[in-house]
Design a protein around this ligand. Structure first.
Ligand code: GDP
Length: 305
């Protein structure tokens, strides 16, 4: 991200936004994500049979662009891995139920937004299909509550978008997706599609029939089959790239979630992924990373003394 400067801007291409959904328990995060995953807007790479596999994130195609969503509500992940998650996310969709308003865990999300100013908020007022909900009144009431927490929405002195949606009827989905794309433009999210790939690990596992896999969010460049990747202190040679739709991909670009098949070890969430020239270089890079970790560890111990 830091490499997107005035000088480099024109040579780069727009990339999709990466979105985390957060909010109070029972306000509809999981339902919203499930509905988006199976939305009419096509989920990238989905087979006709619709065999999707959870690879930590999925992308939804919107017009000639797309939006990438983390599979699970971001709250828990954020609590345990604040910095890793903040580096993976561009936009936080703050889910607030129309009939319930701002609650304690909503306020926790506001605190996160203050702690990580690189995260741009979009408020989604959910459950507007419920019979006793007057959408306009709910948006007004919630906007006023947000004001008290210094979150200024459109029409209430600020620019934070607020979009009413229903995960049941899908009302407001187009609006939400378009708002997210608009925010991506405002944030000037760009990446170099010609460079060697870089990314961050979302998850890793041993999978039956696939062996060692790392689910990765590409952050820069293009990842291709046969690339040798270093992820944290593990490496592998890309034998296959699989999309969240379970389809083989020829390549994966910035903000695209992808499963790398061919890992020789299992990296951790948030580990940095880079492409190197050969497996021997991979081993050298890893040796260096381990040395750096040891030095850091020693410094930490020295500080305690
Ligand atoms: P989470 O804890 O934030 O992930 O909330 P869930 O997605 O589990 O939703 C909590 C409850 O609200 C479930 O019973 C959902 O069926 C219901 N719910 C979620 N979204 C909507 C919606 O848009 N409309 C209605 N009527 N119910 C919803």
């Amino acid at each position: 991200r830091t490499r997107v400067t005035e000088e480099t801007f024109d040579s780069l291409e727009p990339r999709p936004p990466v979105v985390s959904v957060m909010g109070h328990v029972d306000h509809g995060k999981t339902t919203l994500l499930d509905a988006l995953r199976t939305s009419k807007a096509k989920v990238a790479g989905t087979e006709a049979a619709g065999i999707t596999q959870k690879i930590g994130a999925f992308s939804v195609e919107v017009k000639d662009s797309s939006v990438t969503f983390f599979d699970t509500p971001g709250h828990a992940a954020f609590k345990s891995m604040r910095h890793a998650t903040s580096r993976l996310t561009d936009i936080v969709v703050v889910v607030i139920a129309a009939d319930d308003g701002v609650k304690s865990q909503t306020v926790e999300v506001f605190d996160l937004l203050k702690e990580f100013p690189n995260l741009a908020p979009v408020v989604a007022v959910t459950k507007i299909d419920q019979y006793d909900v007057d959408t306009e009144k709910a948006v007004d009431r919630i906007s006023r509550q947000l004001l008290e927490h210094s979150i200024l929405t459109e029409g209430y002195g600020g620019e934070v978008p607020i979009v009413p949606v229903s995960a049941v009827t899908r009302e407001g989905f187009d609006d939400l997706l378009e708002t997210l794309l608009l925010q991506a433009e405002v944030l000037e999210l760009r990446a170099d599609n010609k460079a060697a790939a870089e990314g961050l690990v979302v998850d890793s596992a041993i999978v039956k029939g696939q062996g060692g896999v790392a689910d990765v969010l590409v952050t820069w460049g293009k990842l291709k089959p046969k690339d040798v990747v270093v992820a944290g202190t593990e490496y592998g040679k890309v034998r296959g790239l699989i999309s969240s739709g379970g389809k083989r991909m020829k390549e994966a670009g910035a903000a695209e979630p992808v499963r790398i098949v061919g890992m020789k070890g299992l990296p951790k969430m948030g580990d940095e992924v880079v492409v190197v020239a050969s497996e021997s270089e991979a081993r050298a890079v890893i040796a260096q990373r381990i040395k750096q970790q040891e030095v850091k560890e020693l410094e930490k111990q020295a500080e305690k003394l």
